[in-house]
Design a binder for this molecule. Structure first.
Ligand code: PAF
Length: 290
């Protein structure tokens, strides 16, 4: 069945309030559309976490883009997204126009401190403030819910968890493991912007992370060595590398020496497309394959 589409925050809230009044637990999956199996895994995760009705939000949030060309190029595939939602039994789709999220005179922003300044924050000024502002608005519009985010955007997930805790937002924030293509490429809406030759080059990230993961399995614990497994292939294949670090999975501060857990994070450019990926070491079982 086609989900009910809501276009304004009050209409969305009215719909979720009605569901909660019937005793339902609402799951929320915030997205910017261009849905892929990774997003659909988030819908399934919401149900696993107790949601009896699931709402997907589709909103390309202008506040979180630090480059106008990136915003313009971001894939928009609403009809296909709606069909994908219908296929997996999503109940509500919230797809607001920018004007209903940010009406004339809008001037309030939400910002998380230290966690927002590292990694992506250092390379994309204003990005996380845009994310935390829109997600606050989405969580307020939805009301109490289980909200599921992908851990490909690991830092985003940590920031949102912190934000919900700090502000007392009545939402359970869940991070779902990365879903990968068969060849290892982390699923991302941006992948469809890659021409075939660049998609091939993109695999250097997965190859590097895999090598680091294997080294970890063999007992390697030195942060610099683990990092180097990723840096070497990515430096060769990518046009520009923003960062490759091994960080603490909670503080996101760079780790040194021997570690008993860690998060390898990587960001790089292939032509105009910027890709990010990560691997959790000593934290979680292997990532999910789509
Ligand atoms: O991860 C995303 O797609 C976006 O950053 C989010 C959480 C939907 C906010 O716009």
């Amino acid at each position: 069945m086609t989900p009910t589409v809501l276009e304004t925050p009050p209409a969305f809230r009215e719909a979720t309030d009605a569901l909660r009044a019937e005793g339902h637990v609402v799951g929320l999956v915030p997205t910017m559309g261009a849905l892929h199996p990774g997003h659909l895994a988030l819908v399934a995760e919401a149900r696993r976490r107790g949601a009896t009705k699931v709402a997907v939000t589709i909103f390309v949030n202008p506040l979180q883009f630090d480059r106008a060309d990136d915003l313009e190029r971001y894939p928009r595939t609403f009809e296909a997204d709606l069909a994908a939602c219908a296929e997996v039994g999503v109940d509500l789709v919230f797809a607001p126009a920018p004007g209903s999220m940010y009406p004339e005179g809008f001037q309030t922003h939400v910002e998380v401190g230290e966690l927002s300044r590292a990694l992506e924050g250092a390379h994309r000024p204003g990005h996380f403030q845009g994310v935390t502002t829109v997600v606050t608005k989405l969580l307020l519009a939805c009301g109490p819910c289980v909200a599921v985010f992908g851990r490909k955007d690991y830092q985003q997930w940590r920031i949102l968890e912190r934000m919900a805790r700090d502000l007392g937002i009545p939402a359970t924030i869940v991070g779902h493991p990365i879903v990968r293509e068969r060849d290892g490429l982390a699923m991302s809406s941006r992948n469809r912007l890659l021409p075939p030759a660049d998609r091939e080059r993109a695999l250097a990230i997965a190859a590097g992370l895999r090598a680091a993961g294997e080294a970890w399995e063999r007992g390697e614990r030195d942060a610099a060595t683990l990092r180097q497994h990723v840096l070497t292939p990515v430096e060769v294949a990518f046009d520009r590398v923003d960062y490759v670090f091994l960080v603490d999975p909670e503080t996101l501060r760079e780790s040194e020496g021997p570690v008993d857990r860690g998060l390898l994070v990587v960001a790089g450019h292939l032509g105009p497309v910027r890709l990010i990926d990560n691997l959790e070491l000593g934290v979680d079982p292997l990532p999910v394959t789509g």
